[in-house]
Design a protein around this ligand. Structure first.
Ligand SMILES: Cc1cc2nc3c(=O)[nH]c(=O)nc-3n(C[C@H](O)[C@H](O)[C@H](O)COP(=O)(O)OP(=O)(O)OC[C@H]3O[C@@H](n4cnc5c(N)ncnc54)[C@H](O)[C@@H]3O)c2cc1C
Length: 497
């Protein structure tokens, strides 16, 4: 056990402790979606929940009017519920949060059921941020600059969020994420189908970049043609005895009179029968965000609707788990935060907006010159994805234009982006995720061993001769590809997630 894990264990914050704490909770545990059990979130008027939620609802000082998007739990006729399942833990939503939650519950001996409305696991994200993962620690001898003080990272995140963030949650991530990656690594490398990579880069330092970058990125590299990260994690959950049920849509939680959540009602979408799932240990709601719930988005993040271009890359989050938890008396963060990418492009004769369908455009994140529709520069192009999107909200038609020329591969190398938008090898020689445009010649050249053009490369490139994005595209059988663009593109943003 690492010293970090020891610290966590002393505080009772191991995965085992998390599951136990979840089992004891009176209100459904929420693994994702911005819900919190504390803070001055929204109180649902007339909630049936017991305890603090009900007390707050009764108190005129804390009482809130329920928003129209919340609605009320659907009535399901008892006669329509023709199947009952008894488990210890039910996980609703098999995405980035839900699949590891299923695994953690199963590893701790729980009888666990995971459900999802989709036909299979999809969109479990692969670029994972962490501090003090073992590969990261191993790099410090060669790259001492990659070492991260968790407290410093925590303070940077709080500053980035203007303080609208739960310190405890961020600290939990800062303290535990390294052990989490070690855990995920053991799982995905167990059959030799994946190798976990550490994306070591700090971008441009020494005062030349406004925002500090942290070398936190990790990504599993597929070593076989058919390997799919999410599906592989799901297979492991099933190896542990967990049951995964697809085409099954969550409807609502069930509660006792004292407010304790006892299980869920869901619907089998293939034959439309309803199921009652009794979960003696707890319900984990991991249905993601609400980016595709128009009413909720308009109420909570109207500006993002104006900036939006749909590309279909974000799944179909409609806030079902969030609403269900609120129906049970949970509270919700006052401020909504969207997963925002400036990776979408619309046609030159269109402007951004929630009704616009565009295309995924990976180069959009590069800090090329950005001007508004009057030709005026609108922001410092170097910064986190959402900063320039928020600047775009203040511009005519909430739309900007990226300007670059045929020398863009060299410009991309010079601007030295980090994270999942990096288009050439990381400082420690790891492959980039790759652009959604066909890799330009200079990137192809840089993928030959020993020809890495990244700044201060220390190892010969690459460990894989095919970029990771292309591997994924081949596996998914996708045939569409964008032409490599050199010129001017109108680009704003992708869907909120
Ligand atoms: C294009 C894109 C790329 C991204 N890349 C990364 C990345 O590399 N790294 C990273 O850390 N983050 C990334 N993100 C952000 C990341 O996807 C989300 O933060 C993360 O997926 C949220 O996890 P989640 O489990 O809460 O929700 P999701 O991953 O969205 O999973 C929710 C699941 O719940 C299911 N569901 C919803 N409603 C119901 C219902 N009523 N009944 C049954 N099932 C339901 C959905 O089908 C879905 O499978 C990316 C986001 C986007 C849009």
């Amino acid at each position: 056990m690492s010293s970090d894990t020891n610290t966590a264990a002393r505080r009772g914050l191991t995965r085992r402790g998390f599951i136990k704490a979840g089992a004891a909770a009176a209100v459904a545990g929420v693994a994702a979606g911005g819900l919190t059990g504390c803070g001055q979130g929204q109180v649902v008027s007339g909630s049936t929940a017991a305890g603090a939620g009900a007390a707050a609802a009764a108190n005129p000082a804390t009482r809130r009017i329920a928003p129209s998007w919340l609605g009320t739990p659907p009535e399901v006729d008892e006669s329509a519920i023709t199947e009952t399942v008894d488990v210890d833990v039910v996980v609703v939503g098999l995405g980035t949060a839900g699949v590891p939650a299923v695994i953690a519950a199963a590893e701790n001996g729980a009888r666990v059921l995971g459900i999802d409305s989709q036909a299979a696991i999809s969109n479990v994200r692969e670029d994972i941020g962490a501090i003090n993962f073992s590969l990261q620690r191993a790099s410090f001898a060669e790259f001492p600059e990659f070492e991260i003080d968790p407290m410093e990272a925590l303070e940077d995140i709080v500053r980035y969020a203007n303080g609208f963030v739960n310190y405890d949650l961020v600290k939990l991530w800062a303290d535990e994420s390294g052990a989490m990656i070690d855990w995920i690594t053991q799982i995905c490398e167990r059959n030799g189908d994946f190798r976990m990579n550490f994306e070591g880069s700090l971008g441009t330092q020494n005062g030349q970049a406004r925002d500090r970058a942290w070398a936190t990125g990790h990504s599993p590299e597929a070593l076989t043609e058919d390997a799919d990260f999410g599906a592989d994690l799901g297979a492991y959950a099933e190896e542990l005895g967990a049951t995964l049920r697809f085409n099954t849509t969550f409807v609502k939680c069930e509660q006792r009179d004292d407010g304790r959540v006892t299980g869920i009602i869901c619907r089998d979408d293939l034959d439309q029968h309803y199921l009652r799932v009794n979960a003696s240990g707890g319900v984990i709601l991991a249905t993601g965000g609400y980016g595709n719930n128009t009413e909720m988005m308009e109420a909570r993040q109207a500006w993002n609707q104006r900036l939006r271009i749909n590309t279909g890359n974000g799944g179909n989050p409609t806030g079902d788990g969030i609403k269900a938890a609120l129906w049970c008396g949970a509270t919700m963060d006052a401020l909504g935060a969207a997963v925002t990418f400036n990776r979408a492009a619309c046609k030159p004769d269109e402007t951004a907006g929630a009704d616009v369908n565009g295309r995924w455009f990976w180069l959009g994140e590069q800090p090329f010159l950005k001007v508004n529709l009057l030709g005026k520069r609108l922001c410092n192009e170097s910064g986190p994805y959402d900063y320039m999107l928020h600047s775009a909200f203040l511009q005519p038609s909430h739309t900007y234009v990226d300007i670059f020329d045929s020398n863009y591969p060299e410009q991309v190398r010079q601007t030295n982006e980090v994270g999942c938008c990096r288009l050439y090898p990381f400082d420690n020689g790891l492959p980039p995720t790759c652009p959604s445009t066909p890799c330009p010649p200079c990137f192809r050249a840089s993928r030959r061993p020993g020809t890495c053009s990244a700044p201060t490369p220390s190892r010969s490139w690459p460990r894989s001769s095919t970029c990771r994005w292309r591997q994924r595209r081949r596996r998914s059988g996708a045939t569409t590809s964008l032409r490599a663009a050199a010129g001017t593109t109108t680009t704003t943003r992708s869907p909120t997630g």
